[in-house]
Design a protein around this ligand. Structure first.
Ligand code: NAP
Length: 312
């Protein structure tokens, strides 16, 4: 089956691209191998997306974006794009269901949580090690948990965990947080949160479930143990760029390089959201990227209209 534009990934970037592309009268298909919403649904509420005076549930926000795209005619397939041919004037996408030929691709595959890569992390994943406070936080009612990291995700999710846990340690490798000032202050004022500065987790131990963290203080060189029931890891993100890595230009960390029109180094192939090289990763910047990518895809298709074979 053929479309004008294929969007890979249905996070805020892909959803926004779908709204703009479909509203621009392009036959628009969105592929999502996981849940619609992407990384944002690993969080509970969004409080900095304009237009919401009160925090909005992340699920509701993305669900409405999807409905909005569908209202303009975008179709959604829960299929994983497993191979992609980007070189020709028509782009070819392969899924288990078949082959799709499209005029333009918007790559919005997002990013995934970075692992800590310490002994015990893999063994205890799902048994005390988690990357999603929204999913697992309620399991830690009246328990003691640690959050590793010092960015927006770590501090926001630590605050969320205080709804359940009796104590939340934030273990950060430096003595200053990277997170936005407003949430830093909220965390500093929360008496369930205790910071452990200049410290890294060296090992996660336990019998069946997580019981202890072995900590290393980078200033004093001292090793200590911390007893916890769970540990939430928020040490950054890795771009989901593997599908395009051999063809599309990436930066040294694997993020897709785009120009200001969201075009990659391949004509007709655009990228948007957390997967691209950018300075600010927020729902609003993802939505903005998606809108620009869809606008650019529309212009690109218009410009090359006579070169496309008939796509039915
Ligand atoms: P991030 O901003 O990259 O922060 C990662 C944190 O983990 C940093 O504090 C870093 O320490 C620490 N870290 C990295 N590797 C580590 C390791 N091996 N051991 C221990 N600590 C390690 O990642 P994020 O918090 O996941 O956020 C990702 C992006 O999404 C950011 O652009 C963020 O602004 C955005 N975001 C925004 C919101 C919001 O606006 N509400 C919410 C969530 C995320 P250093 O500080 O020492 O580098």
């Amino acid at each position: 089956m053929n479309y004008d534009v294929a969007i890979i990934g249905a996070g805020p970037a892909g959803l926004s691209a779908a709204i703009y592309a479909a509203r621009g009268n392009l036959r628009t298909v969105v592929f999502e191998k996981g849940l619609v919403g992407g990384q944002i649904i690993l969080t509970t509420e969004v409080e900095n997306y304009p237009g919401y005076a009160e925090p909005v549930l992340a699920f509701d926000l993305v669900d409405n974006m999807k409905k909005q795209a569908e209202r303009f005619g975008a179709v959604f397939f829960d299929e994983e794009v497993k191979a992609i041919g980007l070189e020709g004037i028509c782009k070819i996408l392969e899924t288990d269901e078949g082959e799709y030929r499209v005029k333009s691709v918007i790559y919005a595959a997002g990013a995934s949580p970075r692992k800590l890569s310490v002994p015990g992390e893999e063994k205890f994943t799902g048994r005390g090690v988690s990357y999603c406070a929204t999913c697992d936080g309620a399991l830690y009612r009246n328990k003691v948990v640690a959050v590793v990291g010092g960015g927006d995700s770590a501090v926001e999710e630590a605050l969320f965990l205080t709804k359940f846990a009796s104590k939340v340690y934030i273990i950060h490798r430096r003595d200053a947080l990277r997170a936005e000032k407003v949430i830093q202050e909220r965390a500093m004022q929360n008496n369930k949160i205790e910071f452990i500065w200049n410290t890294v987790v060296q090992e996660i131990t336990g019998e069946k479930f997580v019981e202890k963290l072995e900590l290393f203080n980078r200033y004093t060189n001292k090793i200590s143990e911390l007893t916890v029931d769970g540990v939430f890891i928020y040490v950054g993100i890795l771009p989901n760029s593997i599908l395009v890595e051999s063809r599309v230009e990436l930066d040294s960390q694997g993020f897709v390089v785009t120009d200001e029109t969201m075009q990659t180094n391949i004509p007709g192939v655009f990228a948007a959201g957390d997967v691209i090289k950018k300075v600010l990763r927020q729902v609003i910047t993802a939505a903005s990227d998606g809108a620009v990518a869809a606008f650019s895809a529309e212009k690109w298709i218009e410009k090359n209209q006579n070169g496309f074979p008939e796509l039915k």
